[in-house]
Design a protein around this ligand. Structure first.
Ligand code: TRP
Length: 463
């Protein structure tokens, strides 16, 4: 290891890398967002679109981002400014790199607010708020909670503080150690809840809802949402996997790591979906109730179960942990950029950026109370206009548009800007083989960009 590598930090091995990447991928996207957007979009047909996007675009791009990072050995901006020869864009790709760093601030700012909700619900569960007496007041608990700017701020600050604490400690001592303990715990907890949900009367209906596609249920925005979410859930389009790849040793297999991350992420999303809809249908609740789905419906159910408080504590602990390891990765995007370009210590940089994002996040906290009257624009979704507050607007613009464009950029950069031999050199020892490499590169060059452009054009109403 050269002294420069020592300064940057690295994973202790393949397992550490895979767990950290799984930690980034598995988060609120899997457990909070995937079930609720599946519910809003009518179930099976949306799940199918999402799985298609994952297979055709998501997984190849995951390999692409990890490869870019390991090849350059730099964070995302450094990767975009150094890998392309002048005749293929050269340093001007840096503009694109800067754009994704800026959007990572916004993503982190609202992600942390929902992360704060999970900590708040964990605390509420411990203090017995979801005991047997609570069943009827649970929706009110959520409404009152988000209507309170003080609590919202407090838990957002707590969540940011936790992310800052881990990122400050650096790659292997902070991020990797957090994921190594937390990810296996998360999988275990989810398995217990899934087994429980499968014994409930609504399990059959939940499986039918998730896996039987009814295309008449799809909303016009479903396809952009499915594509955007396939990027969101794999942490693509914002340079996270580039940065994580840059800490990876040349000995580890990128193909194998990406496949493991993709499988674990998909398995956890589907398991969370089945668990949550099993509970929803058993209780006769509506699947399409939106962002409050897990915060409103689940505690009502926990309240009615024997040992309900224990289920609630376990569930929200799981969710907070999943959110934390993802939040850490979003924050790492901008911290790694500054650490690489300025000679300032990681601790100071993390604190400064963390404080800035915490302040920015207040806009999202206040979207549900002080600033709830502000509608930035109205989304027309098949005759069903939806006014977007500040939080909704950031989520919509970043999760759907910025990530999709970020992913398109990563695909074009890998496929057309970086010289093919360099990429081949990086991957030739890998499990892909020559044929696998050629297939993957063709997908990255042609199929993924065409699919993304198709979805974007469809979304602006071109066809
Ligand atoms: N993948 C995480 C989730 O599903 C969120 C996340 C972490 C993310 N890093 C990201 C999303 C980078 C987009 C880009 O919750």
């Amino acid at each position: 290891m050269s002294s420069q590598d020592k300064h940057r930090g690295s994973w202790t091995g393949s397992t550490g890398f895979i767990l950290a990447a799984v930690g980034s991928a598995v988060g609120l996207g899997n457990i909070w967002k995937f079930p609720y957007i599946t519910g809003v979009n009518g179930g099976g047909a949306f799940v199918l679109l999402y799985l298609l996007c994952l297979a055709i675009v998501g997984l190849p791009l995951l390999i692409a981002e990890m490869t870019l990072g390991r090849l350059s050995g730099k964070a995302s901006f450094g990767t975009y400014t150094t890998l392309a020869p002048p005749e293929r864009g050269g340093r001007s790709w840096g503009g694109f790199g800067a754009l994704i760093i800026i959007s990572s601030f916004f993503l982190m700012s609202f992600y942390s607010v929902v992360g704060g909700w999970t900590i708040a619900y964990f605390v509420k569960a411990i203090s017995g708020e979801f005991g047997p007496q609570a069943s009827s007041d649970v929706p009110a608990i959520f409404d009152n909670f988000i209507a309170d700017p003080v609590q919202g701020t407090l838990f957002h600050v707590l969540f940011m503080g936790a992310c800052i604490a881990f990122v400050m400690r650096g790659v292997s001592r902070g991020i990797e150690r957090a994921s190594k303990i937390m990810m296996p715990l998360l999988a275990l907890l989810l398995l217990i809840l899934l087994a429980h949900s499968l014994t409930m009367p609504g399990a059959g209906e939940a499986l039918r809802f998730m896996f039987y596609p009814d295309f008449s249920q799809l909303k016009p925005t479903a396809i952009l949402e499915a594509m955007g979410h396939s990027f969101f859930t794999l942490s693509l389009g914002m340079g996270v996997m580039i940065v994580y790849g840059s800490y990876l040793s040349k000995k580890s297999s990128i193909f194998f790591s990406a496949a493991a991350v993709g499988l674990a992420d998909t398995a956890i999303a589907l398991a969370a979906g089945v668990t949550i809809f099993g509970i929803v249908f058993s209780a006769g609740l509506a699947p399409g109730s939106g962002p409050g789905l897990i915060f409103v419906t689940l505690p009502s159910l926990f309240a009615g179960l024997p040992f309900g408080s224990i289920w609630a504590v376990l569930f929200f602990l799981l969710l907070a942990v999943a959110a934390l390891t993802s939040g850490i990765s979003i924050l790492e995007v901008s911290v790694s950029f500054v650490v690489e370009h300025l000679k300032i210590s990681r601790q100071k940089v993390t604190l400064a950026i963390g404080a800035f994002i915490t302040a920015l996040g207040l806009l999202s906290v206040f979207s549900f109370n002080i600033l709830s009257d502000i509608t930035l624009f109205t989304l027309h979704n098949g005759g069903d206009p939806k006014p977007l507050n500040i939080f909704d607007t950031m989520d919509y613009l970043i999760s759907n548009w910025a990530l999709t464009i970020g992913g398109l950029g990563a695909a074009l950069f890998t496929g057309w800007a970086v010289p093919r031999e360099q990429i081949w050199n990086e991957l030739k020892g890998d499990a892909l083989g020559k044929t696998g490499f050629t297939i993957w590169l063709s997908i990255t060059r042609f199929i993924a960009p065409v699919a993304v452009v198709f979805v974007l054009l469809h979304s602006v109403g071109v066809f």
